[in-house]
Write a protein that binds this ligand. Structure first.
Ligand code: TRP
Length: 333
C-alpha cells in the first residue's frame, strides 16, 4: 500500500484486437480508477506467446498497446504501465506457484479447454500454465483488486486459491485479491448477432467494431448492423435486440442516457439512425487514434516511460519474490 491507497492490477494481451466493447469494459474503467488506486497496468506479452505469434507483429503490437493505453487517458506518471516480459519476477514467481497448483485444476479451466480445441496442433505447457502466470502477475504486486472481463473470473478464483494455499502453508505472504468484473462492456452486443457479446473473433467480421477501425469502416459496419422488423426506435432488448444494442452503444459514445437517445431518434428511420450511431463512435475514437499514432512516432518517449516503469515494477515485484524465496527455503546469499 502506498499513500494509503489500495493496489489494483490489470493486464491486456497485445494480441487482442480490441473492440469498442473492450474499450468501454476495460480501458475506460482502468482510466477512471487511476486516481484512487495505486495501479499496475501491463501488456501481457508472456501470455500472448501461449499461442504462436509472428515476432515482428508481437513486438509492434506490444508498443502499440502501450500507446493505446496512454491515448485512452492512462497516465504513465500516475500508473505503473509496463511490459510483462520486462520484469523477470513474473516468470520466477510463476515457477514457484506451479508447485502449489494441481494439474487437474488446470485441466479443468474453461479457457484452457476452449483454446486447446481451437489450437489442437499446439497444446503447449504454457497454454495450460496460463492461469498460474496470471496469478504471479497479480500476487507480485499485492493487488487488492483486479478489474477484468467476466471471462477471467475462473482465473481470478484460482489466483485466490493459490494465494491462500501458499499463505496457509507458510505464513501470510500474499494479499488475496478481489476481482472487479466489469459489466458495461459486456452489454455491447455483436452488430450482426446482437444477442451475442461483441468479440474480437466473431464469425462475421462486420459484427465487431475495433478500436483501430477507421471512420469509413466504422460507418460501413454500423450501416450493415442488423435491426428488427418494425420502424420505431425504442429500447426493448427482448423484442428489439438490434435497435436496443445500437441505442446502448450510442448512449455511451455520446454520453447520453438511453432515454435521451430514444428522444433524439424519435421519428427517425433506421438507416439514418445507424449512420448517427456510427458517426458518434467514429467521432469518439478519432482523437484516441490520432494520439496513439502520434505517440508511436515518438518511440524514444515510450521507451523512456517503459524503462522507468519497469524499474519501479521490478523493485516492487522483487520484494515479494524475495519473501517467497526465503519462505520456501531457497538458500540466501
Ligand atoms: N488473461 C487476461 C486476458 O486475457 C490478461 C491478463 C494477464 C491479466 N495477466 C493478468 C488480467 C493479470 C488481469 C490480471 O484478458
Amino acid at each position: 500500500m502506498q499513500d494509503g491507497k489500495k493496489t489494483l492490477y490489470s493486464a491486456i494481451q497485445p494480441t487482442n484486437n480490441l473492440t469498442i466493447g473492450n474499450y468501454l469494459g476495460a480501458i475506460k474503467n482502468m482510466t477512471a480508477l487511476q486516481n484512487d488506486y495505486n495501479c499496475f497496468y501491463a501488456v501481457a506479452d508472456m501470455h500472448a506467446i501461449t499461442v504462436r505469434q509472428q515476432p515482428a507483429e508481437l513486438r509492434a503490437k506490444t508498443l502499440s498497446l502501450i500507446a493505446l493505453y496512454i491515448a485512452c487517458g492512462i497516465d504513465p506518471e500516475k500508473c505503473t504501465l509496463y511490459v510483462q516480459s520486462h520484469v523477470p519476477a513474473h516468470a520466477q514467481l510463476a515457477w514457484v506457484l506451479n508447485t502449489f497448483t494441481y494439474v487437474g485444476e488446470m485441466e479443468r479451466m474453461t479457457q484452457f479447454k476452449d483454446k486447446s480445441a481451437r489450437h489442437a496442433d499446439n497444446i503447449n505447457m504454457g497454454l495450460m500454465d496460463y492461469p498460474v502466470l496470471m496469478a504471479a502477475d497479480i500476487l507480485l504486486y499485492g493487488a487488492d483488486y483486479v478489474p477484468v472481463g467476466e471471462d477471467q473470473r475462473q482465473h481470478l478464483e484460482i489466483t485466490r486459491d493459490i494465494a491462500q494455499r501458499f499463505n496457509n502453508a507458510y505464513s501470510p505472504t500474499f494479499t488475496v485479491p478481489e476481482g472487479i468484473f466489469m459489466k458495461v462492456g459486456a452489454k455491447i452486443g455483436d452488430l450482426q448477432s446482437p444477442d451475442k457479446k461483441m468479440s474480437k473473433s466473431a464469425e462475421n467480421p462486420n459484427g465487431s467494431v475495433f478500436l483501430s477501425d477507421d471512420k469509413d469502416t466504422i460507418i460501413r459496419k454500423f450501416k450493415r448492423a442488423v435491426t428488427d422488423s418494425g420502424s420505431e426506435i425504442y429500447y426493448d432488448p427482448v423484442n428489439k435486440a438490434g435497435i436496443s444494442n445500437l441505442l446502448g452503444i450510442y448512449s455511451v459514445f455520446s454520453d447520453k442516457t438511453v432515454q435521451e437517445a430514444e428522444r433524439d431518434f424519435c421519428g427517425v428511420g433506421y438507416g439514418e439512425f445507424k449512420l448517427a450511431v456510427g458517426e458518434a463512435v467514429a467521432e469518439k475514437l478519432a482523437p484516441i487514434q490520432r494520439e496513439q499514432a502520434r505517440l508511436l512516432e515518438d518511440k524514444q518517449y515510450l521507451n523512456e516511460i517503459l524503462k522507468k516503469n519497469s524499474e519501479y515494477a521490478s523493485r516492487t515485484a522483487g520484494r515479494t519474490l524475495a519473501k517467497v524465496y526465503k519462505k520456501i527455503g531457497f538458500y540466501q546469499l
